[in-house]
Ligand binder design. Structure first.
Ligand code: ATP
Ligand code: MG
Length: 457
C-alpha cells in the first residue's frame, strides 16, 4: 500500500477507534485518529487526508458536519461514514450529501478495506482527470504552434484578437496546415476553455446521418432512432463547436444550419422543443468557399455568418523559414515519445527539407520526421536518412539555377528546363489540379496546358 496515503478515523468509542486505526495501519496507510468532532475538524484544517472514516454520531458535532467541512475544503478527500443499524436514514442523507459510502456497525473489516480502496481509486481518477485537463490546456497554448515567419506572425496576431471575442471564425488553408490545431488553440486560450470543444468532421459523416449528428434526435424520429440522442451542438453548448470541412455539407443542411445560427436555438429531429444555444462557432475548410458560393454550391448567407473573422493558414512553401524550427521541434517531440536520448538533425538534412515543396504541408513534414527518427539507430538524422524524393527535388532546383558559363548555353533549352521544374512543382503542390497550378504560376489554365504539351511533361 501507498505509505503516503493519509486516513483520519473519527470515533468517540475508544475501542472502536483503536481497532480501526490498527486495521488500516496494518494495511500500510498513514492513520491518525480523533475522538471528538471538534478535534477532527482541527486536524482536517491542518492536514490533507485522502480518506476520512467517521462515525455519524459524535457527542459534540455530527458526522454530517464533518462531511460538509471536508467537502468544502477539498474535492480530493472522500468521507466514509460509519453508522448503527438504527440510523439508516441518516446514512442515506450522508450519501446524498456526498459521502463516498457508508458502513454499518458492527464493522465488517474486509468490507471497510474494500471501500477504502475504492475511494482511493476514485480520487486517483479525479487527480488524473485534472492533470489531463491541465495538460490538454497546456498543449494547445500558442507556444505549441511553431512558426516565426512573417506569415505566421500575422496568424498569431490575429489569433490573439480572436480569443478575446465570441465571433464566428472561418479557418482556411490547404490540407495539413494546422487548421484543427489552431481551432483548439483558440478554444483553450479563450474564455470558454473550461467548457467542451466539440469537433465534427462534416466530410467523414454520411449525409443521411449528419443532420442527426449535428442536431440530435428523439426516440422514434426515424427508423433506427431507438433512444433520444443529443446532437453535437447541444454537447458543445457553452463551449465551442468546430465544424471541420464545412464545404462538404449538403445544401439542405446548410439552410438548417443557417437557421440554427440565426435563432441560436435548436430542435432535435422529431421534437418541437427548442433548446437555447450559446455556442462559439469555428469552422474550417480547404475548399474555396467563395468559389463554391459563385457556383451555387454553398449558401452565400451561411458563408457570411461563418466567415465573420477569416483566418488563413499559409502553406509551408510560403513560410520556408519555419521548416527548420518545425523540423527540430518534431525531432525532439518524436524522440521524447520514443524515450530516446539525444536526438538531432544535421544541417545538411535540414537544407534538403527546406527546399522541398511540401504538398502535404506540416502534416507531411511531421510524418516524414517521425519515419526518419523511427528508422535510424543513430542519434542524429543525416542526409542519408532523407528520402530520395526530397533529395532529388533539391538537385533539380540546383541544376536549373541560372548560370551563364563561358562556353555559352542553349537559351531555349535552359528556359524550358526551368519551366519544366517549376511547372512540375506547381502541379505537385496543387495535387495535380491544373487550374490551381496555373494560379500558383500566375498564368491561365490554357497557357499551362499548352506548356505541358510543349515541354512533354
Ligand atoms: N504550426 C504548427 N506547429 C506545430 N505543429 C503543427 C503546426 N501546424 C500543423 N501542425 C501539426 O501538423 C498536423 C496537421 O495539423 P492539422 O490536423 O491541424 O491540419 P489541418 O489543416 O486540419 O489538416 P486537414 O485539412 O488535412 O484536416 C498535426 O499533427 C498538427 O499538430
Ligand atoms: Mg483538419
Amino acid at each position: 500500500m501507498n505509505n503516503a496515503t493519509k486516513i483520519l478515523v473519527v470515533d468517540d468509542d475508544d475501542s472502536g477507534r483503536e481497532a480501526l486505526t490498527l486495521l488500516l495501519s496494518s494495511e500500510g496507510y498513514d492513520v491518525s485518529s480523533a475522538a471528538t468532532g471538534q478535534n477532527a475538524l482541527d486536524m482536517i484544517k491542518k492536514h490533507q487526508y485522502q480518506v476520512v472514516v467517521s462515525d455519524l454520531f459524535l457527542p459534540d458535532i455530527s458526522g454530517l458536519d464533518i462531511l460538509q467541512y471536508v467537502q468544502k475544503k477539498s474535492h480530493l478527500s472522500e468521507v466514509i461514514v460509519v453508522t448503527g443499524h438504527a440510523s439508516a436514514q441518516t446514512a442515506v442523507r450522508a450519501m446524498k450529501d456526498g459521502a463516498f459510502d457508508y458502513i454499518t456497525k458492527p464493522i465488517d473489516f474486509d468490507e471497510l478495506k474494500i471501500v477504502v480502496v475504492k475511494a482511493l481509486e476514485k480520487q486517483k481518477l479525479l487527480t488524473e482527470n485534472i492533470y489531463l485537463r491541465k495538460q490538454l490546456q497546456g498543449r494547445f497554448e500558442f507556444s505549441n504552434i511553431i512558426g516565426s515567419s512573417p506569415a505566421m506572425n500575422l496568424v498569431f496576431e490575429r489569433m490573439r484578437r480572436i480569443v478575446k471575442t465570441e465571433s464566428a471564425v472561418l479557418i482556411t488553408g490547404e490540407s495539413g496546415t494546422g487548421k484543427e490545431l489552431v481551432a483548439k488553440a483558440l478554444h483553450y486560450n479563450g474564455s470558454r476553455k473550461e467548457r467542451s470543444f466539440v469537433a465534427v468532421n462534416c466530410s467523414a459523416i454520411p449525409d443521411a446521418l449528419l443532420e442527426s449528428e449535428l442536431f440530435g434526435h428523439v426516440r422514434g424520429a426515424f427508423t433506427g432512432a431507438i433512444k433520444d440522442k443529443p446532437g453535437k451542438f447541444e454537447t458543445a453548448n457553452h463551449g465551442t463547436i468546430f465544424l471541420d470541412e464545412i464545404g462538404t455539407i449538403p445544401l439542405h443542411l446548410q439552410s438548417k444550419l443557417l437557421r440554427v445560427l440565426q435563432e441560436q436555438e435548436i430542435e432535435r429531429i422529431g421534437s418541437n422543443k427548442p433548446v437555447r444555444l450559446n455556442v462559439r462557432i469555428i469552422s474550417a475548410t480547404n475548399a474555396n468557399l467563395e468559389y463554391m458560393v459563385q457556383q451555387g454550391e454553398f449558401r452565400e448567407d451561411l458563408y457570411y455568418r461563418l466567415n465573420v473573422i477569416p483566418l488563413h493558414l499559409p502553406p509551408l512553401r510560403e513560410r520556408q523559414q519555419d521548416i527548420i524550427f518545425l523540423s527540430t521541434y518534431f525531432v525532439k517531440k518524436q524522440c521524447h515519445l520514443m524515450a530516446r536520448p539525444v536526438c538531432a538533425i544535421s544541417k545538411q538534412a535540414l537544407e534538403f527539407l527546406e527546399q522541398y515543396s511540401w504538398p502535404g504541408n506540416v502534416r507531411e513534414l511531421e510524418n516524414l520526421i517521425e519515419r526518419m527518427v523511427v528508422l535510424t539507430d543513430a542519434d542524429i538524422i543525416t542526409i542519408d536518412d532523407v528520402p530520395s524524393k526530397i533529395r532529388d527535388h533539391k538537385l533539380t532546383v540546383k541544376r536549373t539555377a541560372i548560370n551563364m558559363s563561358r562556353e555559352g548555353l542553349d537559351l531555349v533549352e535552359t528556359v524550358s528546363e526551368i519551366e519544366r521544374t517549376l511547372i512540375s512543382q506547381a502541379l505537385q503542390s496543387a495535387g495535380g489540379v491544373k487550374a490551381k497550378a496555373a494560379a500558383l504560376l500566375g498564368i491561365n489554365r490554357t497557357t499551362l496546358v499548352e506548356k505541358i504539351k510543349r515541354l512533354k511533361l
